[in-house]
Write a protein that binds this ligand. Structure first.
Ligand SMILES: NC(=O)c1ccc[n+]([C@@H]2O[C@H](COP(=O)([O-])OP(=O)(O)OC[C@H]3O[C@@H](n4cnc5c(N)ncnc54)[C@H](OP(=O)(O)O)[C@@H]3O)[C@@H](O)[C@H]2O)c1
Length: 310
């Protein structure tokens, strides 16, 4: 039997509850392609799943293979798939779990072809973070030039793209980040960067039309006071926003939706140098359990990517 490496969550808990283990190689279903994974993005969802924080929203039969996005080469094509052929370089979100494995069967409609000049590592950083940034920025309605936007977690994987998209749209962008990340966030297009460790953002900004909350918790709770009267908060981090939005205010919970066309467009912009994609660290497969833990505990600018070929 052909076996492959995978990273599995054995039970909810700390770093030692994830383990590298062999699995039988999968085959592509009729609407799927089988991808030989070259790189996969590490997401905050990995440690949230591991800890069991989101087990009600994402109930998992354990053990479960973690990982939600990948880049690799098509090795087999399902009978109903005409969009891809063996040998294509593809990237995408799974719309579920299982990307931390050498071979993954993926729904073909979630995948996009890598543009010329984009590496597998660069590609694996895009499907969740960049598309979530775009979708969350536009969730509350069309953007207007001059709109005042506050982005929490601006140095993170999602935040870094959101700052750039908001700046491109002509918004006035305020952003919160660690002071040591301020130059990076300014460089992405933020007009005003607030060090969340030394300053209270609510003392420094007001009349905000749109808050993008990529942090949650207390940061979300304190953000209602900075909103303009008809302002809105979109949170990717706290589903509690649905129950905690004060009467008369507008708060939206965001859930990423795979969008292959948007992903392809963003990837072309990155390959052409019009959009910056910050890869904070590239780690080998064996380092994944530790990398997931570091994404929970250490400050980071941008995205960690696991390189399966290292
Ligand atoms: N619902 C969905 O569909 C969806 C999709 C994608 C992501 N998400 C969620 O969205 C959030 C962001 O994702 P991500 O991939 O960008 O995570 P990330 O790369 O870990 O970024 C989070 C950023 O938040 C910053 N931060 C921490 N505490 C902060 C504070 N008090 N004020 C301002 N910034 C603070 C960190 O900055 P420093 O390093 O500067 O401390 C880090 O850069 C996560 O909770 C993730 O689970 C949800």
């Amino acid at each position: 039997m052909n076996t492959i490496r995978s990273l599995q969550l054995m039970q909810y808990g700390g770093p030692d509850t994830v383990r590298i283990a062999d699995l039988p190689a999968p085959v592509a279903g009729p609407a799927q392609v089988l991808v030989r994974v070259h790189a996969a993005g590490v997401n905050a969802l990995d440690w949230k799943l591991r800890e069991g924080y989101v087990k009600d929203a994402f109930p998992l039969p354990l053990p479960a293979v973690l990982g939600i996005e990948l880049a690799g080469v098509v090795e087999q094509v399902g009978s109903d798939v005409s969009l891809f052929k063996v040998g294509d370089r593809v990237m995408g979100p799974l719309g579920g779990l299982g990307a931390y494995a050498d071979l993954v069967a993926v729904d073909a409609d979630k995948l996009a072809v890598l543009p010329e000049g984009l590496s597998m590592v660069q590609a694996a950083a895009l499907p969740v973070a960049a598309v979530s940034a775009w979708q969350s920025l536009h969730l509350a309605g069309p953007l207007k030039a001059g709109q005042r936007i506050l982005i929490h977690g601006a140095a993170g994987a999602v935040g870094g793209f959101a700052v750039q998209f908001a700046h491109q749209a002509g918004a006035h962008v305020s952003a919160t980040a660690l002071g040591s990340h301020a130059d990076y966030v300014h460089g992405l297009g933020a007009d005003h960067v607030i060090d969340y460790q030394t300053s209270q953002f609510e003392a420094l900004v007001s009349d905000i039309d749109l808050v993008l909350d990529y942090v949650g918790g207390d940061t979300l709770a304190r953000s209602w006071s900075v909103l303009a009267e008809d302002g809105v908060i979109v949170s990717t981090a706290s589903p509690a926003i649905l129950a905690s939005t004060p009467a008369g205010r507008r708060g939206l919970w965001f859930m990423n939706q795979p969008d292959a066309a948007r992903l392809a467009d963003i990837a072309r912009q990155v390959a052409a140098g019009r959009l910056q994609s910050q890869v904070a660290a590239v780690v080998p497969f064996e380092d994944l359990p530790a990398a997931i833990e570091r994404s929970r505990t250490l400050p980071q600018m941008g995205k960690t990517v696991v390189d399966f070929l290292r």
